[in-house]
Design a protein around this ligand. Structure first.
Ligand code: AMP
Ligand code: MG
Length: 332
């Protein structure tokens, strides 16, 4: 199969819709990362997503809809605070997990859970795609399972060429990490995956927001949390923010041994390392989130080893950045 990259326009949208109607999948841009989308109502189309990515079949998908899509066709919208969150943060990088309406989408989307994750992306190209197709679109990130998520059409192409017919091109993703996943079925919102809408932002809007921590022996509420994820193809090491000295020693040792070691760190630490070996995350939280996957992609192409140093700040958007960095550098 030939994979084409096309800018979003009337003709490419019509082509995308045709592919989806035949049960296929296409990649499209969002403000977080590129998604691999297919018709969420079709078993065949949803299975195709899992097969193309090599995604474990117990890791549920997020359904993406246009801003005017009637949510109550898909889910029970019961909690008054969920309306406040929608009003404040949508369209945008916040996924809400609701109780699912039976039969609204393929059961394969949420892998047997009685909930459904729904997202309304703000990216103009994503909105155009969702409006044009009119479908609820099941979409994980458009990469091979466990690899770094794509933030440009080129990243999608490198992973999925030959596996999908079309990548809709919409520039570099501005947000840089995936949406916050927030369960809104209970009395209070519970964050299942940290992201660009921080716990603090949700707390400010609602007054309370918990963060899910799986208890041992319990069935994990967000199955995607179990897996190694976002990983570059080269080796990685992760150092705590207060262990920058150890990272310097490690970098020297590895470089002296002839390894191509690169360092991923915040701008504040860049002077500890040779300039041409630094993957500079930047200064502000938003910059660091936006640069993370781009730099991991750059690093895996240039390095034998990425030595990453956790940013010092742990709250706000940085909770999401640190979550991705930890998973990217995890053993398995
Ligand atoms: P990805 O599509 O790779 O960004 O991953 C989607 C994330 O959303 C994973 O962490 C899933 O576990 C989570 N997710 C999707 N649907 C649900 C759901 N119904 N309940 C809880 N988590 C979900
Ligand atoms: Mg993913």
């Amino acid at each position: 199969m030939t994979t084409e990259i096309k800018k979003i326009c009337e003709a490419s949208l019509a082509e995308a819709k045709g592919i989806l109607e035949r049960g296929g999948a296409v990649a499209f841009p969002t403000e977080t990362v590129y998604g691999l989308g297919a018709d969420a109502r079709s078993d065949e189309a949803v299975s195709a997503i899992y097969a193309i990515k090599g995604r474990p079949s117990d890791n549920p998908l997020i359904v993406h809809v246009h801003r005017e899509y009637p949510l109550t066709e898909l889910v029970y919208d019961e909690r008054p605070y969920a309306a406040i969150l929608r009003e404040k943060f949508l369209p945008g990088p916040l996924t809400l997990v609701y109780r699912k309406k039976e039969g609204a989408v393929s059961d394969l989307v949420s892998c047997g859970l009685d909930t459904l994750a729904v997202r309304v992306p703000s990216h103009e190209g994503a909105q155009a795609f969702l409006r044009y197709t009119g479908m609820p679109i099941a979409a994980p990130s458009a990469n091979i399972s466990k690899h770094i998520s794509p933030v440009s059409a080129g990243h999608v192409y490198d992973d999925l060429k030959g596996r999908i017919p079309l990548i809709l091109e919409g520039g570099r993703c501005s947000g840089g990490i995936e949406s916050t996943v927030c369960d809104v079925t209970g009395e209070y919102p519970v964050i299942l995956r940290a992201g660009l809408v921080s716990r603090e932002m949700i707390c400010d809007a609602i007054g309370r927001c918990d963060v899910y921590v799986p208890k041992s022996g319990e069935r994990v509420r967000s199955p995607g949390m179990k897996y190694k994820h976002y990983a570059p193809k080269c080796r990685t090491m992760l150092f705590d923010a207060d262990k920058a000295g150890d990272a310097v020693d490690e970098f020297r040792r590895r470089s002296d041994a002839g390894e191509r070691a690169f360092v991923l760190c915040a701008d504040a630490l860049k002077n500890l390392f040779p300039a041409d070996k630094v993957l500079n995350l930047g200064r502000s939280d938003e910059e660091m989130a936006a640069n993370l996957y781009e730099l991991l992609h750059e690093g895996e192409n240039a390095a034998d080893l990425i030595i990453a140093i956790e940013p010092e700040k742990k709250d706000g958007v940085m909770a999401g950045v640190i979550n991705r960095l930890t998973k990217a550098c995890a053993e398995e």
